[in-house]
Design a protein around this ligand. Structure first.
Ligand code: ADP
Length: 598
């Protein structure tokens, strides 16, 4: 038994094909009347099931052609349709000679029964199929035209509605995007909420939007945004309490559910607030609580209207958008505030720590100066060998304690942003050399080559802070000598670009062939009080402040301190800073020459 399905919607067609195949029918299909006619003529089916609205040739025309074609008129014809059906359609279909007029959706079982009944009727030839349709040709033409015109009319209306819905949803999406972008950019909360209300008001006629925020105490409300509500009303509501009958918003927040007041004038919920709003001609107010993601009430969103009215289903969509976005905005803002509070508390704690360290180091340095002074006097007098040894150790320990105290004091200055820099002319070679010279004897003792490489065209004099520059170099060279057991330590200076008129960049490298730093410890190097390898602390000593101070000073000079280290191979620490260039002054030239060069 072969059935021809005529249906333009591909999903419905496939669905029908599968359903009928499962019942043992052989199934052919066509997407419109023209294709169906061709198929029916080339291989006549035992039944045609057809939709009505289709491109090229609709179902009515197809039925009419089948039932007026001698070769096809015996084939029973069933309409199966869903689009804008009314009684006139059925009347026309049956007048054209159809056996059934079935309306979607239909239980499959019911559909199968109807199909089987039509086939059986046809087999028993109980179906009387007119060669000429039941009604007169002109009547049928008129009916067909009428029906199709009505269907087209409906389709046009439906398309227009769809277009309008599409326009609205595009508008809503664009508005939501704008507000979400403001949230992401951390715009002030009141601006974000006002933008949200503005876009809702512009998108729908006659709405006055309002957002109230619930205070931390969970009782008082604060003005959030209400760009079009009267100023006096906004003022009167700001600070009011929520409660079981506190207008629409106060009640919605209290009950934690939407409160729809369609007529403010007569609703008991507005008893205490009515006089505030009615003079402004507002008569309806629907309010919905704004909830946090955990379900806590954050505030309320309300839509006011100038007339007595109830919400339409489309307006529910607006409420969903407004409450959802307002909740994101409020939560985002509050989370940001908490972070800001936590950050400023952490900053205050850090400042207190720095202050404490600064005071302690300062207080300890004064008595330590006394201790060192006394030890030096003792060392200058007659001592037995053993006593001298003890006092020398005490003096060295005291000196290294003062060194650590100085470093702590220095670090607290850097952290407090109080490091000030000099801007004085100085002889660059001498500054660098003096930092290297300090370690000459230590390098010799360890059998290291300590090399200073200065380019020939290095300017004699530059302008900057010689002491600070030397301090950084001393820390770097000190580390290089400390962490190198054999090989060499090299200090290089190179001249770089001119970043601004009268300025010149200089790069300083301190390279060694020492223990290096392992990959997983590199991140610790610039942290205060931390050392890349704790075993080094025992072996080489140190408080872990030298590089942090060096970095602080270099950054203050507008540069960065970087390093390139490999474990077991060595390290290369480098920084680039710009220093002022000066014109030579004769008396300094002389001084330079006597200073000699490396
Ligand atoms: P310290 O007083 O411990 O030397 P620093 O801040 O100067 O403190 O250095 C921090 C850590 O970085 C050192 O403890 C060491 O582990 C590592 N480090 C610094 N310079 C070198 C270097 N030239 N070679 C190997 N390790 C180094």
């Amino acid at each position: 038994m072969k059935i021809l399905i005529v249906e333009d919607d591909v999903n419905s067609r496939i669905y029908m094909e599968r359903a009928l195949t499962s019942q043992g029918y052989s199934v052919a299909s066509a997407e419109n009347g023209v294709v169906a006619l061709e198929k029916a003529e080339s291989s006549p089916p035992d039944l045609i099931i057809s939709d009505i609205m289709m491109p090229e040739m609709d179902g009515f025309e197809l039925c009419r052609r089948v039932k007026t074609d001698e070769r096809l008129l015996d084939i029973p014809f069933v309409f199966y349709t869903a689009t804008y059906v009314d009684q006139k359609d059925e009347k026309l279909g049956m007048a054209l000679g159809a056996s059934r007029f079935l309306i979607k959706p239909m239980e499959l079982e019911e559909l199968f029964c109807a199909i089987k009944a039509v086939i059986d009727e046809n087999l028993q030839k109980s179906l009387v199929v007119p060669l000429q349709p039941l009604a007169g040709k002109t009547d049928l033409d008129r009916m067909q035209l009428e029906v199709l015109a009505r269907k087209l009319d409906k389709k046009v209306r439906e398309l227009e509605e769809e277009r309008e819905a599409l326009r609205r949803s595009e508008y809503l999406l664009a508005g939501q995007k704008r507000v979400l972008e403001m949230i992401a950019a951390n715009a002030p909360l009141e601006d974000t909420l006002a933008a949200l209300m503005n876009f809702l008001e512009c998108g729908s006629d006659g709405i006055f939007g309002s957002i109230l925020l619930l205070d931390e105490d969970g009782v008082h409300v604060r003005h959030g945004a209400a760009p079009s509500l009267p100023e006096a009303y906004i003022k009167a509501v700001d600070g009011a309490e929520i409660g079981p009958s506190a207008g629409s918003c106060g009640t919605a927040m209290f009950r934690c559910e939407p409160v729809i007041v369609t007529d403010i004038l007569h609703d008991p919920l507005w008893e205490g607030y009515r006089d505030l709003i009615v003079p402004y001609g507002l008569h309806a107010c629907w309010s919905t609580p704004i909830l946090s993601h955990e379900g806590r009430v954050l505030g309320s969103f309300a839509m006011y209207y100038g007339e007595v009215r109830s919400p339409a289903p489309a307006e529910k969509h607006l409420v969903d958008i407004a409450t959802h976005i307002a909740s994101i905005a409020i939560e985002h803002h509050r989370a940001g505030e908490q972070i800001r509070k936590a950050a400023s508390a952490a900053e205050a704690a850090n400042r207190a720590k720095s202050q404490f360290l600064a005071n302690m180091s300062h207080e300890l340095r004064t008595p330590m100066a006394g201790v060192l002074g006394m030890l030096e006097i003792a060392l200058g007098g007659p001592l037995e060998e053993e006593q001298r040894g003890f006092i020398e150790i005490a003096h060295r320990s005291g000196a290294s304690l003062v060194h650590i105290l100085n470093d702590i004091l220095e670090m607290t200055k850097i952290e407090a942003g109080m490091l000030s820099l000099e801007d004085e002319p100085f002889v660059l070679r001498e500054c660098v050399r003096s930092a290297v010279d300090i370690f000459e004897s230590e390098a010799r003792r360890k059998g290291l080559d300590l090399v200073l490489s200065l380019p020939d065209d290095l300017p004699e004099r530059v302008v900057g802070d010689c002491l600070r520059l030397r301090q950084v170099l001393t820390n770097l060279v000190g580390n290089a000598v400390k962490f190198t057991e054999r090989g060499r330590v090299e200090v290089r200076v190179s001249k770089g670009n001119i970043p601004a008129p009268g300025k010149r960049e200089f790069t300083f490298n301190v390279t060694d062939t020492g223990v290096g730093i392992s990959e997983d410890k590199k991140h610790l190097v610039f942290r205060s009080f931390s050392q890349a390898d704790e075993s080094h602390t025992r072996r080489y000593g140190g408080a872990g402040l030298g590089l942090a101070i060096g970095m602080g000073i270099v950054e203050r000079m507008g540069g960065v301190l970087t390093f390139d280290c490999e474990e077991g191979v060595g390290c290369d620490f480098a920084f680039t800073v710009s220093l002022g260039e000066t014109v030579k002054e004769p008396y300094l030239e002389t001084a330079d020459r006597t200073g000699g060069g490396h």
